[in-house]
Ligand binder design. Structure first.
Ligand code: A3P
Length: 301
């Protein structure tokens, strides 16, 4: 049985493994039973929604704004991705070790859906930050990421997108992953935002998140420094936020044959000049259906 806040969520999606297609119930059971610490903080997203961007802010706030360490150590080491080891190394034994060995306060990244997160979360009420992004932008971003890692090497973006569209559940998987956390947005331990809001008002998001973590930024020079460190230009040239460590772990035969920078384009609605109009139309129609079913709009998410 999965843990699930049935009093907070109006539909039972607890049996679905949104976005975690790997056949690894053993891993999910380990995650379910994971021992948490009171000061753990979670960053939960779907892939390519601005995770790294938010994660960098969170790590700095949780670590006394230690910019020197942030620039010296790969982000994946400072703040591990929970599913990374099982996805890449398929080694159940050591899958949770990077998180278990991390010093407190731990900042843990996951793409798992709400019901698959550790059951202790519901007792400890660890802080959770969720970042949503327009699915079309995140899918385009996922394509380029996949090319760099070898998985989509040799495939065009249009081909890749058609394959996504062929999966009837693609819109539901994305929207419902976000909608579950959206329903928790007024819980004091949940901070729900979007890539689009971060682009529109990064200062506002930094301010909100710093208060949410009880680490308010009271000095303007510190805010300025954070804004600069988190700017697209700085993050693009920062080796510790470009997932070079992660890329080095990937053993795919086509890995590295065509490389796109991790901090790539960083725009809202960039998909509009990358996808075909008919692909956009079809995807948006699928997404609208799911949004309508859940009585929510893209702007709200
Ligand atoms: P694009 O590929 O559209 O450029 P994630 O960290 O979840 O994998 O998300 C990666 C996406 O976030 C990429 O999107 C990347 O460029 C974008 N991103 C990372 N840092 C950013 C920043 N400082 N400003 C804007 N976008 C950023």
């Amino acid at each position: 049985p999965r843990s699930y806040p049935t009093n907070l969520i109006d539909k039972d999606w607890s049996n679905r493994k949104l976005f975690f297609r790997k056949n690894s119930d053993d891993f999910l059971n380990l995650v379910h039973d994971m021992k948490l610490r009171d000061d753990d903080v979670w960053i939960v997203t779907l892939p390519k929604c601005g995770t790294t961007w938010m994660q960098e802010l969170l790590w700095l706030l949780l670590n006394n704004l230690d910019f020197d360490e942030a620039l010296a150590k790969d982000q994946e080491i400072r703040s591990p991705f929970l599913e990374f080891d099982i996805l890449v190394n398929e080694d159940l034994e050591r899958s949770l070790r990077p998180v278990e060995e991390l010093k407190s306060p731990r900042l843990i990244k996951s793409h798992l859906s709400l019901a698959l997160l550790p059951s202790q979360l519901w007792q400890r009420k660890n802080k959770v930050i969720y970042v949503f992004r327009n699915p079309l932008d995140s899918i385009v971003s996922r394509y380029y990421h996949g090319v760099s890692f070898g998985i989509h090497y040799g495939k065009s973006l249009h081909q890749y997108f058609d394959e996504i569209l062929a999966n009837e559940d693609f819109a539901a998987e994305i929207i419902e992953h976000a909608y579950e956390f959206y329903q928790l947005r007024n819980e004091p331990w949940v901070y729900y935002t979007s890539f689009e809001r971060m682009k529109k008002d990064l200062r506002g998001v930094i301010n909100d998140v710093s208060i949410f973590l009880d680490k308010p930024i009271n000095e303007e020079p510190i805010m300025e420094r954070l804004l600069k460190h988190l700017s697209f230009e700085e993050m693009k040239k920062n080796p510790t936020t470009n997932h070079l460590w992660e890329r080095a772990q990937i053993k795919h035969k086509n890995a590295g044959k065509e490389i796109h920078p991790f901090v790539r384009r960083g725009e809202v609605n960039g998909y509009k000049d990358e996808l075909k109009p008919e692909q956009i139309e079809k995807a948006n129609a699928c997404i609208k259906k799911i949004l309508d079913n859940n009585s929510v709009t893209m702007e709200e998410l």
